[in-house]
Design a protein around this ligand. Structure first.
Ligand code: R5P
Length: 297
């Protein structure tokens, strides 16, 4: 039998105070339902509106990439320092401890290996499995200008429909072909198409000239992709410039896990993304942490 409310404490209805619900602050996300917003709030830190996603999904098309040969040894220790991990469901189930409370964003496209035409992708996981795995989002490549452009766009729109049905954010990734020009004109086109066709947020590359026009003309958040390994100061400068240019975070892989000290590097990136730390100061932080780690060995 449920118990009756016999408390003698005075009821507090506060009729003079209107009920409040703060507007959801993430760019372009105000009209989503609660589940979608909650997943986004787990990925983009509500205090800063930014995210440090750690991308370790490279194996889905290129096998055991340098730094990712043993995700259990090299990547799991980095999880406490990221806001979200971007990985495949294979790695999630086999290697990531379910005790982890960090949000997991899952790679949801695949098909061709590096030996074939990469734009020839398909959706490579069911939304039901993403829900079963308690994912905070799914990610998919979109090859604007690529050989299988239309297919990759339809893959994304099908995933967006499923994501909307279940409250699952979809990250559309601008996949740039080897021979394509990486300039603001291209990224404005690709990011805007991905957003217009329904992606919840977009992952794209930083470009030195006019990056702010890419973020300004994209109605949803942009997270910066890392790209190939750079010297630490250059990678931190790129992340800093992207944030100052309107990015809502980063989804970096090789520039973190191929660094001499990935734990130090991810913390330095975090300081840039969440605290607007200048790259030179972030490099000092990296070096200090690296020296401390070396002293402990
Ligand atoms: C790009 O979106 C691919 O999924 C990559 O595997 C990865 O996310 C790229 O990370 P990075 O270029 O920072 O190593």
């Amino acid at each position: 039998m449920p118990e009756a409310d016999t408390s003698t404490k005075k009821k507090q209805y506060f009729p003079e105070i209107p009920q409040k619900l703060k507007p959801f602050p993430l760019k372009g996300a105000g009209s989503y339902d609660w589940g979608m917003k909650n997943r986004l709030a787990r990925t983009f830190d509500p205090k800063t509106g930014h995210t440090v996603m750690l991308a370790v999904d490279h194996g889905y098309f290129q096998g055991p990439t340098t730094g990712l040969e043993r995700i259990d040894l090299n990547i799991i220790p980095l999880i406490p320092y990221c806001d979200a991990l971007f990985c495949t469901r294979g790695i999630l189930r086999s290697v990531v401890p379910p005790q982890s409370t960090k949000p997991m964003v899952l790679r949801a496209s695949g098909g061709p290996s590096i030996l074939k035409e990469l734009s020839n992708e398909e959706i490579a996981m069911d939304m039901e499995d993403a829900l079963r795995l308690n994912a905070a989002g799914v990610g998919i490549q979109v090859f604007v200008g690529g050989e299988f452009e239309t297919r990759s766009i339809h893959n994304m729109t099908r995933l967006v429909d499923l994501g909307l049905r279940h409250g699952m954010p979809v990250m559309g990734v601008t996949a740039v072909g080897k021979d394509m020009k990486r300039d603001a004109q291209y990224f404005r086109l690709a990011c805007r198409m991905i957003a217009e066709l329904g992606a919840t947020y977009v992952k794209t590359y930083y470009i030195e000239k006019d990056f702010e026009t890419v973020t300004a003309s994209c109605p949803v958040p942009i997270v910066m992709a890392g790209g190939k390994k750079l010297p630490e100061l250059d990678a931190l400068t790129m992340a800093y410039n992207a944030i100052q240019g309107g990015a809502s975070g980063v989804d970096m892989g090789r520039n973190i896990f191929q660094s001499d000290d990935p734990i130090a590097m991810i913390q330095a990136v975090g300081a840039v993304v969440h605290k607007n730390m200048k790259p030179e100061h972030a490099l000092e932080l990296y070096q200090t942490l690296k020296s401390k780690h070396a002293a402990k060995k």
